[in-house]
Ligand binder design. Structure first.
Ligand code: SAH
Ligand code: DHB
Ligand code: MG
Length: 223
């Protein structure tokens, strides 16, 4: 089995149970035209995120890493009319592309994109008393995933979910002495969660158009 097979299967899934509509395709095209990297969640992964939003009955979502707004659009659409999603993005240019696509996809009212490195924009969220969140999607700079997780855990309601993308990293997650800082961060996150009674968590390895990676899902336990 190889990358070609993984892509063919994602294509088949896309032709059958996971259809992308105009809003999502538009977001991908706008991102491509603006030169953004094509690293958004795959359509099947995005569909799972949207289903998780519905399963937890989420009304407040926090996202780390907006890029061109693809995952934000998917999650926002799964929210009820009064639901809100705040997405944090370091790049002002990406945020602008995302805002346009989010508006064009019909969820402009539900989504707020905040510009700046997340560690710098989180204190303002805190000051404003935003949250608690029902679902957090962590998908920004990977070295900070454990920091974003720790911040989010204190601000996610019991029964809420924290999902972190890109934790498996071509299998390097299993390499104890891996030199990559981003990989070390995912190992640290797992070690941290092993000792954390406030969540029940699992990591699912994935293959597909984005190669071999995986995401972590953590369910916040009642206090
Ligand atoms: N969630 C998006 C993909 C995000 S890609 C989707 O699936 O559609 C990762 C994003 O994180 C990029 O847009 C990158 O600019 C952003 N990013 C990188 N460092 C960041 C930081 N410190 N704070 C916030 N965003 C950051
Ligand atoms: C990268 C970021 C992502 O969120 C992803 O899913 C894949 C790759 C990256 O920064 O290279
Ligand atoms: Mg990702």
């Amino acid at each position: 089995m190889d990358q070609g097979t993984f892509e063919a299967v994602d294509r088949f899934i896309g032709e059958t149970i996971v259809a992308e509509d105009k809003g999502l395709r538009g977001a991908v095209e706008a991102a491509e035209a603006a030169g953004l990297p094509s690293i958004q969640v795959s359509p099947p992964q995005g569909k799972l995120l949207a289903m998780l939003v519905r399963l937890v009955g989420a009304k407040r979502i926090l996202e780390f890493g907006t890029l061109g707004g693809y995952s934000a659009i998917l999650m926002a659409r799964a929210l009820p009319a009064e639901g809100r999603l705040i997405s944090l993005e370091a790049s002002p240019d990406y945020a602008e592309v995302a805002r346009r696509s989010i508006e064009a996809a019909g969820v402009g009212e539900k989504v707020e994109v905040r510009v700046g490195p997340a560690l710098e924009t989180l204190p303002l969220l805190e000051e404003e008393g935003t949250g608690p969140f029902d679902l957090v999607f962590i998908d920004a700079d990977k070295v900070n995933t454990p920091n974003y997780f720790a911040w989010s855990l204190d601000r996610t309601r019991p029964g809420g979910l924290i999902v972190a993308d890109n934790v498996v990293r071509d299998g390097s997650l299993a390499e104890e002495a891996d030199a990559d800082e981003a990989t070390r961060a995912q190992r640290r996150l797992h070690e941290m969660l092993a000792e954390e009674p406030r969540v029940d968590a699992t990591t699912i390895q994935t293959v597909g158009v984005k190669g071999y990676d995986g995401f972590l899902v953590a369910l916040v336990e009642p206090a």
